[in-house]
Design a binder for this molecule. Structure first.
Ligand code: C5P
Length: 229
């Protein structure tokens, strides 16, 4: 359908948590459900875009028309995003990427030693996938991030937008228990930069699919404006 606003756009999204293995049977992870990223992928496909969804381990089915790539670790997620980067117009990072991974993964199950009361795990920093794409020198996509904060939400989100060199950021207050992790609803503020100025728009509480459509229309509009400059 030529009338669809996302037609001709190539969108890559990340969603869900990452899992960082300690040994063959254990991992570090978080409670991200992946719902917001999957809702955005569904809405983007419905709006006519060509959508790749890079998903961490989640219990969700692939939305119709979406090309899904399953990954486990942050490093795998970064590699998949970089493989798609040259064919990505808009990159939207929804994944709750583990900030750290264990320095070396044990190749056998780690055994509890007799009398052992403590255990130290050495962690090393994971790559920041969004910042890596947003600061790349060639084929940098239009970059949109999420900021889940518990206080001074807009303020922290704006700083994150600058620090990671983003075009826009979607901020939500995760201290509000009605919304966020695992929920089917969300309440967000859309913050973006245009000609050096910041703008922010608070959207009303809505279902994640409804919100996704609204957010994508705003993102498409911003993206098409910057294309003209
Ligand atoms: O810094 P913080 O984790 O709060 O930033 C959140 C944003 O950055 C989200 O869009 C998230 O998907 C992205 N991110 C990422 N890679 C990381 C950490 C965060 O892409 N290692």
């Amino acid at each position: 359908n030529a009338e669809l606003p996302g037609r001709g756009l190539k969108i890559t999204l990340t969603a869900g948590p990452t899992q960082e293995p300690l040994d063959p049977v254990r991992y570090l992870s978080n409670h991200s459900s992946g719902k917001m990223g999957f809702a955005l992928a569904q809405a983007a496909a419905e709006l006519g875009a060509k959508v790749h969804l890079i998903a961490g381990p989640v219990q969700l089915s692939t939305p119709p028309g979406v090309q899904r790539v399953d990954v486990v670790t942050a490093q795998e997620m970064l590699e998949s995003c970089q493989q798609l980067q040259a064919q990505t117009d808009i990159f939207i990072a929804c994944a709750a990427v583990a900030d750290y991974r264990v320095e070396s993964i044990a190749d056998q199950k780690i055994k509890k030693q007799p009398g052992q009361q403590e255990m130290l795990l050495k962690l090393v920093e994971n790559p920041d996938i969004l910042a890596t794409l947003a600061t790349s020198q060639s084929s940098r996509p239009f970059c949109v991030g999420f900021a889940a904060e518990t206080q001074a939400v807009e303020d922290y989100a704006r700083r994150k937008l600058e620090k990671k060199n983003l075009d826009a950021i979607i901020a939500n207050d995760v201290s509000d228990t009605r919304i966020g992790f695992g929920s089917d609803h969300n309440q967000v503020t859309f913050i973006y930069r245009e000609k050096g100025e910041f703008y922010q728009e608070a959207l009303p509480l809505a279902s994640k699919i409804d919100l996704s459509r609204q957010l994508l229309l705003k993102i498409f509009k911003l993206y098409s404006k910057q294309d003209l400059t």
